[in-house]
Ligand binder design. Structure first.
Ligand code: M6R
Length: 608
């Protein structure tokens, strides 16, 4: 959502903080700011990207000092404006604070703090927290932060400095990620590992309700009640080159092209062809519960929800167990019924999506066994589920999710087979599906090779402002995903729906030249999809079809065709989504948009 980076050590903080902010910018980018201690606390804040902050710093001269904090923001309270950007500084002691998350009781606290004589200059909950720390400050920043956090409800990851304690940095976490990179006589704190890995591979991930006080050569972690906690230093699994762009112009296209390899990683070591078995270490100890489960509920948002929708089909079709899918944001608030034998599956790339995290907590409270299908190792959802399967697709930095989606589909397929094989599926049937899965990375390579043709076709349509994406069965969620990809980065209005639904109303939208993308691969409903295509054509719509290699007939129906290799329907979304990802990417580039940082968005949404 927002990015935090903080430094204490012997080096100049400013260049290090700016470099960290650039790495974290995908987490939010409507404003940015930095504060450095050098006698006094010096703050520079700007609206817009980190590059704007850099320019401002160049104008305003060097910010010298070896203790500092910096932030890149995605607005929650208050519009993107300089006064609302972090860091916020109090009005008494020279305390500067950066914060991710939301302080839910900020309004009541603000009224009380105003009564105590504090003056506010922004609309943010973060300024309220800054003033609360200030109000409790009596010469010990760590104590004041602990005291303030005992008073607040909500979520936070924060970092604070104070000009009266020039050798101290205090950080804390609840419900929003924060890790402390441990270097040689220096510490780099950040909301994700990408801002740390260039400096050290050793880090402590803070737990909820933990505070960490850092000086230049030591640190201590404690609870909010100041009980010392022994920190666990771990090796970061992230390599610097995984988060570099390399020769690609954007992270999104890099990540689309990484899919053959990311899929190989997702499947590596998890397939036993001889026995037709799937090996999933993360859920192995719950195999019995999964086999006996009476119902699965899959939860997610955005792209993760679309993967979950396909997961529902997979679990019912392959494992023959009832499954349903729901927006995690809706699940919690409709008083859901969790009976014995209910297993929930939280699907999330970041593992930090607040809606999904809350839904997961609700389901656990009601007694469900909770599994996670998550990419980021050690993330909140990964930690709070009973068990899970990691995607292993590597860091996804482009705001538009691509390789995580295909990773989620692979994991959900493997999980369905894990259960199916233990319930009733024969070695032969399971092995055949698994054998096909192993060929998918090479099939994805074939689809990627069509990128230039896909760009040429996209170029012809991308001045149109309204598109439809239609599919049936397994590829109805793929259609939703195609529409989401297009709208979020190219700002074209796109709707996805089941192809058959079109004639129940949306067909009224179709006018001359409207692009309508059909996922029309060979499958049980192929003929019906052809009828739906006819309905569109006869009203002047321009049909772009994703079809199965060898299907030459479709050229009679569709203006343009993108081919995918022949594959069983259950696995077809893994291929069918790739041309849609490429179309969305090319449309955004042609229309001149910032593909990796689309307007109003942030990579991970850590507020409900
Ligand atoms: O990190 P998560 O997978 O939980 O994120 C869920 C959605 O916010 C995410 O998929 C979002 O819809 C993407 N921008 C889609 O490309």
């Amino acid at each position: 959502m927002c990015g935090i980076v903080a430094y204490i050590g012997a080096k100049q903080a400013r260049p290090l903080l700016i470099e960290g902010l650039k790495r974290l910018e995908y987490r939010g980018y409507d404003s940015a700011g930095i504060a450095v201690l050098n006698g006094a606390v010096s703050v520079v804040r700007t609206v817009g990207r980190v590059s704007v902050l850099e320019d401002r710093l160049a104008e305003s001269g060097d910010l010298k000092g070896s203790v500092g904090i910096a932030h890149t923001r995605w607005a929650t309270h208050g519009e993107p404006a300089e006064r609302n950007a972090h860091p916020h500084v109090d009005d008494r002691h020279g305390i500067a604070l950066i914060h991710n998350g939301i302080i839910e009781n900020y309004a009541a606290l603000r009224t009380w703090l105003e009564e105590q004589g504090h003056t506010f200059t922004s609309e943010t909950d973060t300024e309220v927290l800054t003033m609360l720390i200030s109000e409790l400050y009596d010469g010990d920043l760590e104590k004041a932060v602990q005291g303030a956090l005992r008073e607040v409800t909500g979520a936070y990851a924060l970092a604070a400095i104070c000009e009266k304690e020039p050798d101290t940095l205090v950080v804390a976490r609840k419900g929003s990620p924060l890790m402390v990179g441990v270097g040689a006589d220096e510490y780099i704190v950040a909301s994700d590992a990408s801002a740390i890995v260039a400096h050290t591979s050793r880090a402590v991930t803070l737990d909820d309700y933990q505070v960490c006080k850092l000086t230049r050569d030591s640190f201590r972690t404690s609870t909010l009640d100041n009980v010392a906690v022994t920190p666990r230093i771990q090796e970061l699994e992230l390599e610097l080159e995984q988060i570099e762009l390399g020769d690609y112009p954007h992270y999104m296209i890099k990540e689309i092209f990484e899919q053959p390899n990311s899929l190989r990683n997702t499947m590596r070591g998890r397939i036993d062809l001889r026995e037709g078995r799937v090996v999933l270490g993360g859920v192995g100890q719950y195999a019995r519960e999964l086999v006996k489960a009476r119902r699965f509920i899959l939860l997610g948002q955005g792209t993760a929800l679309h993967a979950a929708m396909i997961g529902e089909y997979l679990l019912e079709d392959l494992a023959k167990v009832p499954a349903e899918v729901e927006y995690s944001s809706e699940f919690r608030y409709r008083n859901p019924i969790i009976e014995e034998g209910t297993v929930i599956i939280a699907v999330s790339q970041s593992g930090e999506t607040a809606d999904t995290l809350s839904a997961l907590h609700e389901a656990k409270e009601r007694g469900a066994l909770a599994l996670g299908v998550v990419n980021v190792v050690g993330s909140s959802i990964a930690r709070d589920t009973d068990a899970g399967v990691y995607l292993r697709v590597g860091p996804e930095i482009g705001v538009a999710s691509t390789k995580a989606f295909t990773g989620q589909l692979s994991v959900l397929t493997l999980l369905s087979l894990f259960i199916a094989r233990r319930r009733f599926m024969s070695v032969e049937q399971s092995s055949e599906i698994l054998r096909t899965m192993e060929r998918i990375p090479e099939m994805v390579e074939r689809v990627l090779a069509e990128s230039d043709q896909i760009r040429a076709v996209t170029e012809r349509y991308c001045d149109r402002e309204n598109w439809l994406f239609l599919g049936r069965g397994y590829n109805y969620p793929t259609a939703l995903e195609g529409a989401l990809k297009l709208k979020e980065i190219s700002y074209i209005h796109a709707e996805g729906m089941p192809a058959a639904e079109m004639k129940h109303g949306p067909i009224a939208l179709i006018n001359h030249g409207m692009p309508v993308v059909f996922i029309a691969n060979k499958g049980a409903q192929y003929e019906k999809v052809m009828s739906n295509i006819e309905e569109v054509r006869s009203r002047g719509g321009r049909v772009i079809a994703v079809a199965t290699e060898g299907d030459t007939d479709i050229k009679r129906y569709a203006e343009d065709v993108f081919y995918i290799p022949e594959i069983p329907e259950a696995l077809s979304p893994l291929l069918a989504v790739v041309p849609l990802q490429l179309m969305a990417y090319h449309a955004a580039v042609i229309r001149g948009h910032d593909v990796d940082k689309p307007r109003n968005l942030a990579k991970s949404v850590t507020v409900e």
